[in-house]
Design a protein around this ligand. Sequence first.
Ligand SMILES: [Zn+2]
Length: 261
Amino acid sequence: MAVLMYQICRVCQHAQSRYIFQGQLLNHVVKYYECPICEFVQTENPYWLEKAYDSAINDVDTGIIKRNQMCSKRATNLCALLNIKDETILDYAGGYGIFTRLMRDVGFNVLWKDKYCDNLLAKGFGYDGQNIKLLTAFEVFEHLESPIHTLDEMFSISSNIFFSTLLIPEPTPKIEDWWYYGQRHGQHIGFYRKKTLEYLAKKYNKNLYSYNAEIHLFSEVKISKLFYMIFMKFYKLFYIYTQRRVSSRIWNDYIEVGERK
Ligand SMILES: [Zn+2]
């Protein structure tokens, strides 16, 4: 079968995202494309997702708790930078609710929203159109079938988005040379570069902050790049202080959820 040489970029809609290679994903041979404008790397149209999402959280994810702990500490630090205390935060695609529960334990009013995954740990704190100051989206962007459509929705909910996705190295690694392609679970279908994120920041008129090619912020206000960097890098240290700005919601949540029953 002839290889389709170009696809429309799912980020900037440029018509000439160029074929770069193909490789094994689950038991399919999948083609990859790279956009010359925003440098986004994408798979061909992902027809295998139903199989990839047999379980919303993939079975080879052994680091899920550790990453959630790290994200909650970094988010707590970010809240200090953005001066967020009592305002509501939404964890978009919140999965089992681990992050939501951890952040409520620290003391933030965090809600969750997830179309695909049953929430196990933060029942009673689902999003229902509340006013949102900060939206978090950890390990979401690389799964998006239509990044622009989802970002439109996210920015209609909140002006600030704190998110993680591992930026793809330059030059683009071969499929067997980079674990983040996710060959065994098939759920990662789009890979961003700094240039892709800059394109998005410009499109939505936001400020962009990135730390270590993994944790990023689109914000409506400017903050110190230096503080963002050190609050993310030395997150455990700063967390000791930033968590003291708020008080745990464990007890109040216990009362609140109990009263609703
Ligand atoms: Zn593009």
